[in-house]
Design a protein around this ligand. Structure first.
Ligand code: ACO
Length: 162
């Protein structure tokens, strides 16, 4: 099992994984238009942290780092149906936090969580209270009424992965 983070960089292996991830999002997030998913997953300002098992993608998180504002917006998060509730979602989020802090220099995440995923995000340290000052994120992330805005502060020191 490994965790990787790539953007649309044209490398064959990465592209195969990104397409696999796009297909998982398409199945697991039925309310999201497929063309919107493919557009963001393939957009070069977005990155995807992916869980790879036996060279196949089993899930991932696509996010956009806003480095000047030091926060990231999580666009999509899913684990393929037959691999859910095995702890992959938690390990994935920990790798995302570590990468976002150490590589992108981010301090927070924001996401519009689907109602049924709020419990998962709370377990990952997200809150419905937004502490980040509005001028750091307003105008950067798009308003979207299909979900609940949630925030997570990334610990500046904690080792999130082993
Ligand atoms: N509601 C409440 N709790 C949940 C949910 C949920 N939907 N999903 C998982 N949990 C809990 C688990 O029971 C577990 O609790 P525990 O630590 O007490 O045992 C904990 O959260 C972590 O579970 P994992 O096994 O690490 O989570 P998993 O690998 O199943 O991944 C995920 C969670 C990504 C939500 C997965 O279930 C999934 O793909 N769901 C369908 C797609 C989805 O809803 N994605 C999020 C939409 S919002 C967005 O994309 C911005």
């Amino acid at each position: 099992l490994k965790f990787v983070c790539y953007s649309n960089d044209g490398v064959d292996e990465h592209m195969v994984w990104l397409i696999g991830l796009k297909n998982i999002f398409g199945r697991q997030l039925p309310n999201m238009p497929k063309e919107y998913i493919v557009r963001l997953v393939m957009d070069r300002s977005h990155k995807s942290v992916m869980v790879i098992r036996r060279n196949h993608v089993v899930g991932g998180i696509t996010y956009r780092p806003y480095k000047s504002q030091k926060f990231g917006e999580i666009a999509f998060c899913a684990i393929t149906a037959d691999e859910q509730v095995k702890g992959y979602g938690t390990r994935l989020m920990n790798h995302l936090k570590q990468h976002a802090r150490d590589v992108d220099g981010l301090t927070h995440f924001l996401t519009y969580a689907d109602n049924n995923a709020v419990g998962y995000f709370i377990k990952q340290g997200f809150t419905k209270e937004i502490h980040l000052e509005k001028d750091r994120w307003q105008g950067y992330i798009k308003d979207y009424d299909g979900g609940i805005l949630m925030e997570c502060k990334i610990d500046p020191k904690l080792p999130y992965t082993d």
